[in-house]
Design a binder for this molecule. Structure first.
Ligand SMILES: Nc1ncnc2c1ncn2[C@@H]1O[C@H](COP(=O)(O)OP(=O)(O)O)[C@@H](O)[C@H]1O
Ligand SMILES: O=C(OP(=O)(O)O)[C@H](O)COP(=O)(O)O
Length: 403
């Protein structure tokens, strides 16, 4: 087991890793549940008299969502009702000066850690621990706190490097998500178990289908992952159109696995029978999969598919959701995601809804969180935990505690 912040003496200088990776609109972060949960954690730390320097990431280099954390500092500050100083630097002179000046009860947010060359890619914790980034920041603090459960599946420097060179603790969000998701892993269900997979990160979900083959009876697919499976099934969809960067690279890397999963587990996979897109008049339009065209962007599963998925949910004893079935942020393309979430809420089944973006749909469409078993701010990390796969960010905290 790992140490937690309740093991800390008060009044420490803390380096705290959180996950406020958020949707981006017009270059600005949009509030999601991650801010609220992390603000609660930070408030507890500040009340204990700690000085808190926060590290976090946003997007991935090369993507539109790869932006500075300046707007994140404002959102975090609003949730905290306290000023969060934004420092546009990760571990250079400005960052060191700002962290040195930080006093008990104060909080600052360092720049997007993925802008620091040492953060990516995935490496062994020992290698990350020796990086200039870790070696420069670690001595400036009394302890490191990892509260970023939702990023704990990534072997990046800010998540796995620091615990090897300083006292390391799990934060309150990390502890709560770990406890909830570990308990789910051990549950047994009498009736059908359904997994609804969508969103943009197909590469995180493809391996999950094989790993949970003995516990999940059927998968309902949508979003980018669903379109890639439709492509594998021979339909004209799942190709990048204009500026999109979702499909081709994930297809190039995973086409063989997708095709073999379709062959082996095809009877358990429910693919969309129709998809929705933006018609010439700007309204939602739909087509059966037989009529799909390679150069159209499909933004949701169709109404017939949404109803089929909702029927499967109603017959289920447990439902696990990771990723949205469409671009639910735009009301025209929320049908798939919302129809399935409403069916879960109305049904007496055990359910988990995960994903930083997907969990946001619950609040956006007036659903009651109490109608779901667990709403996780983690996506990829929660489905990985569900399959019994270790999370490297937690492993290093446990190793640190045992040392
Ligand atoms: N067909 C689609 N085309 C583009 N984006 C999609 C599509 N379907 C779903 N999405 C987007 O996927 C996002 C969620 O993806 P992802 O980041 O993988 O999930 P999460 O953050 O919930 O784990 C949603 O914000 C939604 O807009
Ligand atoms: O948003 C995240 O994961 P999620 O979309 O699976 O919930 C985490 O911040 C990890 O981000 P990454 O998938 O760019 O490494």
């Amino acid at each position: 087991m790992f140490n937690t912040v309740s093991d800390l003496d008060s009044g420490q200088r803390l380096l705290v890793r959180i996950d406020i990776n958020a949707p981006v609109e017009n270059g600005h972060a949009q509030d999601n549940r991650r801010f609220e949960r992390h603000a609660e954690s930070i408030r507890t730390l500040l009340e204990d008299g700690h000085a808190v320097a926060v590290m976090a990431h946003q997007g991935r280099p090369g993507r539109d969502t790869f932006i500075s954390l300046e707007s994140h500092a404002d959102i975090l500050g609003d949730h905290l009702s306290q000023d969060v100083e934004f420092v546009p630097d990760t571990f250079g002179e400005d960052a060191l000066e700002a962290t040195e000046a930080l006093e008990s009860g104060e909080v600052l947010l360092l720049e997007n850690v993925r802008m620091c060359e040492d953060e990516l890619p995935e490496k062994e914790p020992e290698t990350h621990a020796g990086s200039e980034f870790v070696q420069t920041l670690a001595p400036k603090f009394d302890a490191y706190v990892n509260d970023a459960y939702s990023a704990a599946h990534r072997a990046h420097a800010s998540l796995v490097g620091f615990p090897l060179v300083m006292d390391a603790y799990a934060g309150p969000v990390m502890e709560a998500e770990y406890t909830a998701n570990s308990a789910i892993q051990d549950r047994e269900f009498e009736g059908p178990v359904t997994m609804v997979l969508g969103g943009t990160k197909a590469e995180d979900l493809i391996p999950v289908i094989e790993r949970v083959d003995d516990t999940v009876d059927r998968f309902c697919l949508g979003g980018i992952v669903g379109e890639l499976f439709l492509r594998a099934a021979g339909h004209d969809v799942g190709y990048d159109v204009e500026e999109t960067e979702f499909f081709d690279h994930q297809w190039d890397d995973h086409a063989n696995t997708i095709e073999s999963i379709l062959e082996t587990y095809g009877d358990r996979l429910t693919l969309a029978a129709d998809l929705a897109y933006e018609g010439d008049d700007g309204e939602r339009a739909e087509t059966a999969v037989e009529g799909l065209e390679k150069d159209t962007s499909y933004l949701d599963v169709g109404t017939e598919s949404a109803e089929t998925y909702a029927d499967l949910v109603r017959e289920s004893d447990a439902v696990f959701v990771k990723g949205a079935l469409g671009v639910f942020e735009d009301e025209r393309f929320a049908t798939g995601t919302v129809t399935v979430l409403e069916a879960i809420a109305e049904t007496d089944c055990f359910s988990v809804v995960g994903g930083g973006d997907t969990s946001r749909a619950i609040g956006m469409y007036g659903l009651d969180e109490d109608d779901f078993g667990h709403v996780s701010i983690a996506g990829g990390a929660y489905v990985r935990a569900l399959t019994g796969e270790p999370l490297v960010g937690i492993d290093v905290l446990e190793t640190a505690a045992a040392a």
